[in-house]
Design a protein around this ligand. Structure first.
Ligand SMILES: NC(=O)C1=CN([C@@H]2O[C@H](COP(=O)(O)OP(=O)(O)OC[C@H]3O[C@@H](n4cnc5c(N)ncnc54)[C@H](OP(=O)(O)O)[C@@H]3O)[C@@H](O)[C@H]2O)C=CC1
Ligand SMILES: CC(=O)N[C@@H](CCC(=O)OP(=O)(O)O)C(=O)O
Length: 339
């Protein structure tokens, strides 16, 4: 185990929603020191509290615009970079950081899909060639050794779907297609101004119907085709996913419950709950809450996470904890969130 606060790290995209949550978690982390918080080159240097006044007198991080000529200095100082960047920016920057000897935890979708053709179709750009070898970091199902150069942090919706469906993957009817309906708060779309996420525009609505880039990611994660329909809701943060899956003959409610409890008995950040979860019980926390009910030959899940934490920043820290041999919850409990 590494001694106190010795692991220096940088957050790229620290002015964004998932980046600021990461920065706040790392600011308090007992083992990591947040040495740099970078923004795009389009900004001036400024304190993080200038963008997020709730951090006044609580976090003295200075945001700096990223320029490539900072790389040698960065490589001397930090061991770890967390990328909370647009997908293409991550794809471009990650190889440079790796070449400089920095381990990268990437929150974008740039390295999640192992099939390059599927990636190009979903993201519209060509994936770096080494992407197929990058571990997909659904934290409860990943065993990092501490020598991986890059870890792909799962997407927010795929985190919720993967944590529910993986424990019962062997119980599903042959050839059946789970259906995932999920509602996300507006922070899922990031901080940048966009008409469709404006306060007068958002009203519960489906989008990306059976065409969202997370559909192939969920399919890859659970090992079968799925139907995925995301929805945008008029609330700030959180994802509530309702998942329907057909069970193989003979699988009953007890078997499903036993599989879920067995999968997460030793996993402190996934809670198998007895009532359908409310968003408010996970918002601002690193937990995923999973409820399951068997109805006839189907299992119905209701799953709740905070998209910016378990769906992004806290899962990245969970993976970094694992990478450095720390307990999975280190620095994650009793923290509160920024937004
Ligand atoms: N929001 C969410 O719920 C989740 C997001 N993610 C992923 O995390 C990543 C960040 O998302 P989110 O926090 O929502 O995004 P935001 O739009 O809130 O933030 C984006 C950040 O990236 C910076 N940035 C933009 N372009 C560049 C560039 N070319 N070079 C360097 N920095 C750049 C921005 O800086 P500036 O302020 O200067 O523009 C900002 O700090 C995305 O890949 C997203 O898909 C993953 C899971 C959940
Ligand atoms: C509400 C909303 O817009 N959500 C985003 C997903 C969140 C996100 O940033 O996607 P990744 O997990 O792939 O990084 C979207 O649908 O594009």
């Amino acid at each position: 185990m590494t001694s106190q606060k010795t692991i220096q790290c940088a957050v790229f995209g620290a002015s964004g929603y998932s980046g600021v949550e990461l920065s706040w978690l790392l600011h308090h982390h007992p083992q990591f020191t947040l040495s740099y918080g970078f923004t795009s080159g389009a900004r001036e240097a400024e304190p993080v509290a200038a963008l997020y006044p709730q951090l006044n007198d609580r976090c003295d991080l200075m945001l700096q615009p990223w320029q490539l000529d900072l790389l040698p200095q960065l490589a001397e100082q930090v061991q770890v970079a967390f990328l909370a960047l647009p997908h293409e920016a991550s794809a471009e920057l990650a190889p440079k950081l790796i070449d400089a000897g920095i381990v990268v935890f990437d929150l974008s979708g740039a390295f999640r899909l192992s099939d390059p053709a599927q990636h190009e179709q979903a993201y519209g750009f060509v994936q770096p060639q080494f992407a197929h070898a990058i571990p997909y970091g659904l934290a409860e199902y990943t065993q990092l050794q501490g020598n991986e150069p890059l870890i792909a942090v799962p997407g927010c919706y795929p985190t919720a779907a993967g944590l529910a469906l993986r424990p019962i993957a062997d119980f599903l009817a042959n050839g059946s297609t789970p259906i995932i309906n999920a509602v996300s708060g507006v922070s899922g779309a990031g901080r940048k101004a966009q008409l469709h996420t404006g306060v007068c525009e958002v009203s519960l609505q489906a989008y990306g119907v059976a065409s969202h880039r997370h559909q192939p990611e969920i399919a890859q994660s659970v090992g079968r085709e799925v139907i995925f329909v995301p929805h945008l809701g008029n609330f700030k943060r959180g994802i509530l996913a309702t998942i329907y899956a057909e069970l193989a003959a003979g699988v009953d409610a007890a078997a499903v419950q036993q599989a879920l409890h067995a999968a997460y008995a030793e996993q402190p950040l996934v809670r198998v709950v007895a009532q359908p979860p409310k968003l408010q019980q996970v918002v601002g926390t690193p937990y995923c809450d999973i409820y399951a009910k068997v109805h006839g030959n189907h299992v119905i899940f209701s799953v709740a996470i905070d998209n910016l934490l378990k769906g992004a920043a806290s899962q990245a820290v969970q993976l970094a904890n694992q990478y450095f041999g720390l307990a999975t919850t280190t620095g994650l409990l009793n923290r509160g969130a920024v937004l």
